[in-house]
Design a protein around this ligand. Structure first.
Ligand code: PFF
Length: 456
C-alpha cells in the first residue's frame, strides 16, 4: 500500500521550516568570512543581484517541481519528464547533499563546542588576541572535532527520526524567531563600536578592484547556499506543500529574510574586526574568533554568549535537518525503506564522509593535501560543493523548469493560490534565459575555459 505523504500542519509551519532551512550557517558563518576573503562590497553587491535574478527564480522553480509531483527529487524529476534521464538531477542533488551535510556537521560541531565553552565562561580574564586563538586550537584538534561532529550528526538524525511535522516544523517555529530577535539586539551593540563606519564601508561600498579571483563564482555559490537552492531541498519541502500555498510570496519572503540575516551578520561581525585589529581574511573561523570578543565586552557575558551559541546550534540544526531530509525522503521512496532505517543509513554515511573534514586542521588524514590543492581538505569540499555543485544543480533545475517542464504546469504551479500572478512572465523569462545563461557563463569563466573579460 502506498504510504500517505506527510504534509505541513500549517502555512506558518511551512514558512518557518523553510526559513529555518534557509537561515543557517550560510548567512551567519559562511557569508561574513567569504565576504572578507573576497574583498567586501563588490562581492556583496553581486550576491544581492544573483539572489534576486537567479537564486529566487530557481528557488520557486524547485518548490513548484516538488509540489506538482508530490515526490522527492529523483522521482519528481522523473515523473514530470515521463521517466527520462532528467532524474539525474535528483541523483546529483543526493551526492551534493551528502557532501554538504558532512562538513556542515563539522562546522555545527564547532558551534556546539562554543556553546559549552560559553557556559564555562571561557573568555574570562583573556585578551581579545587570546580569545581569538582558541579557535585555532580547536581547529587543530582531531578528537574534539570528531566528537562534536558526531554529537551534531546524532542531534540531526534524532530530529528527523521524528518525521516532518513533529520534528522539523515544531522546532523551527520556536527557534527561528528567537535567533532573529537576538541578532538584531547584537547588531545594535555593534553599531556603537568604533570600527562600525569602516565596517559599513567595507561591506556596502562596491570596489570591484578588490574582488577576489573566484569572486563572481563564489558570490553565485553564496546566493544558492543561503537560499538552499540547487540541492533538491526545496523540491522535497515543496512536496509536503498543499496546492493552495502561495509559492511566489513565500520565495520573496524567504529571499528577503535570508539576505537581511546575511547582511546583519556581516554588519555585526566586521565592526569587531576593525575595532580590535583583526583581519577580514580570517577564513572559516571568523565568526568564532570575533563574536566572543564582543560578548566579553558586554554585561552578562556568560548568559549572552551561551544563549547566542545555543541558538546558533539550533539554527544550524533546522538547516541540517533539511539537508538530511532530502536524502532520507529520496531513499525511503526509491528503496521503500522505513524512515528510521533511512535516517540511520544517511547519518552514518554523512558522518563517515565528514571524518577527513573534521581531521583537516590536525593533518591527521591527508596531511599533504594542503601542498597539492588550494587549502586543506575542508576548504576543498567546501569550495567544490558550494561553488560548483550547487550552481550546477541550480542550472539544471532552471533548464528543467524553463525548457522541459510543460509550460502550463509551470504556470499553474506559480499562479495557484498566489497573489503575485502578474510576475509569472518575468519569472519564466528569468528561468528560461537569464539564469541558465548567467550560470553557464560564470562556470565557463571560472573553469578557465573562456575568458569573457578579454572578449570585450
Ligand atoms: N541555507 C542554509 C544555510 O545557509 O546555512 C542551509 C543550507 C542548506 C546550506 C543547504 C547549504 C546547503 F547546501
Amino acid at each position: 500500500m502506498a504510504k500517505q505523504r506527510e504534509h505541513w500542519g500549517s502555512r506558518l509551519g511551512f514558512i518557518m521550516a523553510t526559513a529555518g532551512s534557509a537561515i543557517g550557517l550560510g548567512s551567519l558563518w559562511r557569508f561574513p568570512y567569504v565576504t572578507g576573503e573576497n574583498g567586501g562590497g563588490a562581492f556583496v553587491l553581486l550576491y544581492l543581484i544573483f539572489t534576486f535574478l537567479i537564486g529566487i527564480p530557481v528557488f520557486l522553480g524547485e518548490l513548484i517541481v516538488g509540489r506538482t509531483a508530490q515526490k522527492s527529487p529523483v522521482n519528481a524529476y522523473s515523473s514530470l519528464s515521463n521517466g527520462s534521464q532528467w532524474r539525474m538531477i535528483g541523483w546529483l542533488n543526493i551526492i551534493t547533499n551528502f557532501l554538504i551535510l558532512s562538513y556542515y556537521s563539522v562546522v555545527s560541531g564547532w558551534s556546539v563546542n562554543y556553546a559549552l565553552m560559553s557556559l564555562n565562561h571561557f573568555t574570562m580574564g583573556k585578551t581579545p588576541e587570546q580569545i581569538r586563538s582558541i579557535f585555532d586550537i580547536l581547529y587543530k584538534s582531531s578528537d574534539m572535532n570528531l566528537l562534536f561532529h558526531f554529537i551534531f550528526m546524532a542531534l540531526t538524525a534524532g530530529v528527523v527520526y521524528g518525521g516532518v511535522r513533529k520534528g522539523i516544523e515544531y522546532w523551527s517555529k520556536i527557534l527561528t524567531p528567537a535567533l532573529l530577535v537576538l541578532l538584531v539586539g547584537l547588531f545594535i551593540f555593534s553599531v556603537f563600536l568604533p570600527g562600525f563606519p569602516e565596517a559599513a564601508k567595507f561591506i556596502l561600498y562596491p570596489d570591484f578592484s578588490k574582488l577576489g579571483p573566484n569572486g563572481i563564482l563564489n558570490a553565485l555559490g553564496m546566493s544558492f547556499f543561503t537560499l538552499s537552492v540547487g540541492l533538491g531541498i526545496l523540491v522535497t519541502y515543496g512536496s509536503y506543500m498543499k496546492p493552495d500555498e502561495d509559492i511566489p510570496k513565500t520565495g520573496f519572503i524567504i529571499g528577503a529574510v535570508s539576505v537581511s540575516v546575511s547582511l546583519f551578520a556581516a554588519l555585526m561581525i566586521f565592526p569587531i574586526i576593525f575595532s580590535f585589529g583583526f583581519q577580514p581574511e580570517e577564513g572559516p573561523g571568523l565568526v568564532f574568533k570575533t563574536l566572543p570578543v564582543l560578548f566579553a565586552q558586554l554585561p552578562g557575558t556568560l548568559v549572552l554568549s551561551t544563549v547566542f551559541f545555543t541558538l546558533f546550534v539550533f539554527t544550524a540544526l533546522t538547516s541540517s535537518i533539511s539537508i538530511i531530509e532530502v536524502l532520507v525522503s529520496n531513499l525511503m521512496e526509491l528503496f521503500d525503506w522505513s524512515r528510521k532505517k533511512a535516517v540511520l543509513v544517511c547519518a552514518s554515511i554523512a558522518f563517515i564522509l565528514g571524518v577527513p573534514t573534521a581531521l583537516s586542521g590536525s593533518g591527521g588524514l591527508f596531511p599533504q593535501w594542503k601542498e597539492m590543492y588550494q587549502g586543506d581538505f575542508f576548504d576543498t569540499v567546501n569550495y567544490i560543493t558550494a561553488s560548483w555543485m550547487m550552481p550546477l544543480g541550480g542550472l539544471l533545475a532552471a533548464v528543467f523548469v524553463g525548457w522541459r517542464l510543460d509550460r502550463q504546469i509551470a504556470k499553474a504551479g506559480f499562479e495557484s493560490g498566489s497573489s503575485l500572478k502578474f510576475l509569472v512572465k518575468i519569472w519564466i523569462f528569468l528561468l528560461k534565459w537569464i539564469a541558465p545563461i548567467a550560470v553557464f557563463i560564470i562556470l565557463l569563466q571560472q573553469g578557465g575555459i573562456i575568458d569573457f573579460t578579454k572578449l570585450f
